[in-house]
Design a protein around this ligand. Structure first.
Ligand code: CP
Ligand code: NVA
Length: 317
């Protein structure tokens, strides 16, 4: 693959990682195989300090375990460093405007990872930064998560094309990034949500226009899992939706991943969850701790994908 495709550096603009659909498909494929290679090297205790002296700024408007730790550890393993900037410290858009934050960090750091409420904040950072911007979750999408999920499915089955991912629960940021990722990697996507919590039609149209994909949209989780290779769920109450909790929980109750639902899926199906999991709510202990669960491998794969992404953005790997 030509370097300009992989790095997108010849355009004079920094490469960003904002959404799956806005990222070149060739680059996504490159990132996935780089993540596999870096994981194999990591397991063989081989490390290269290719990002020595580089710094990642990590801006968080919301809490995090996996995203924060995986980006920080990834920078350490690549020989660089990361700075955690808490919501109170920075006051994005209140203490200081988003464009000014982007301009200041562009002169001190080599990339910015941001976890925000509004997706527009990520876009505004990218519009005003001279360094790469990485979406570490917004209300719209969670592309780093979706790529780590594909890495996990690829490890389980050896390939992605033609595999079916069944997403059960809320049509949220994680669901949207998974839909886009499945389309790019020629997978089938089945989704079961309560009718009022579907992904908008516009998301399916955008995906179909770019990468025609076989989709099954239903409100019946048993229908969605019937041909699944991977069954996926996420919280029913995303960060920022806490006030809707009492209204949401009863609507989502029939969408729990439990042994009864799992018995409707092929025996080889694996179970994924981006975590944090609300055990006994969207998924039972029996399933998340059961033999079909790949949830913790999936969490660990955040590190390996993050490392590939940073190596690509910071060193042209
Ligand atoms: N899955 C995920 O993004 O986890 P955190 O919210 O802990 O970063
Ligand atoms: N949909 C969840 C994902 C958490 C990783 C949220 O946005 O809170």
């Amino acid at each position: 693959m030509p370097d300009d495709k992989v790095n997108m550096r010849n355009t004079g603009q920094p490469a960003h990682f904002i959404d799956i659909l806005s990222t070149d498909a060739g680059r996504l494929k490159h990132l996935l195989s780089l993540a596999q290679r870096l994981k194999a090297a990591h397991l063989a205790h081989q490390r290269e300090s290719t990002a020595a002296g580089k710094t990642l700024a990590m801006i968080f408007e919301k809490p995090s375990l996996r995203t924060r730790v995986s980006f920080d550890v990834a920078m350490t393993q690549l020989g660089g460093s990361a700075i955690y900037i808490s919501p109170n410290e920075i006051g994005l858009g209140s203490r200081e405007s988003v464009p000014d934050v982007a301009r200041v960090l562009s002169g001190m750091c080599d990339a910015i990872m941001a976890r925000t409420f509004s997706h527009q904040t990520i876009i505004d950072l990218a519009l005003h930064a001279a360094i790469p911007i990485i979406n570490g979750l917004s209300d719209h999408s969670h592309p780093c998560q979706a790529m780590a999920d594909l890495l996990t499915i690829q490890e389980a089955f050896g390939s992605l094309e033609g595999r079916t991912l069944a997403y059960i629960g809320d049509g949220n940021n994680v669901a949207r990034s998974l839909l886009e990722a499945c389309a790019v990697f020629k997978m089938r996507f089945a989704i079961a949500t309560p009718p009022a919590y579907r992904l908008p039609e516009a998301d399916f149209r955008a995906v179909q226009a770019a990468f025609p994909i076989e989709c099954l949209v239903t409100d019946d989780p048993r229908v969605a899992v019937a041909k699944a290779d991977a069954i996926y769920t996420d919280t029913w109450v995303s960060m920022g939706q806490e006030a809707e909790k009492a209204q949401r929980l009863p609507v989502f109750r029939p969408y729990q991943i439990n042994t009864e639902l799992l018995s409707r899926a092929p025996k080889h199906a694996i179970v994924l969850h981006c975590l944090p999991a609300y055990r006994g709510v969207e998924i039972t202990d029996e399933v998340i701790d059961g033999p079909q669960s790949r949830v913790f491998e999936e969490a660990h794969n955040r590190l390996h994908f993050q490392k590939a992404l940073l190596a690509n953005l910071l060193t042209g790997a």
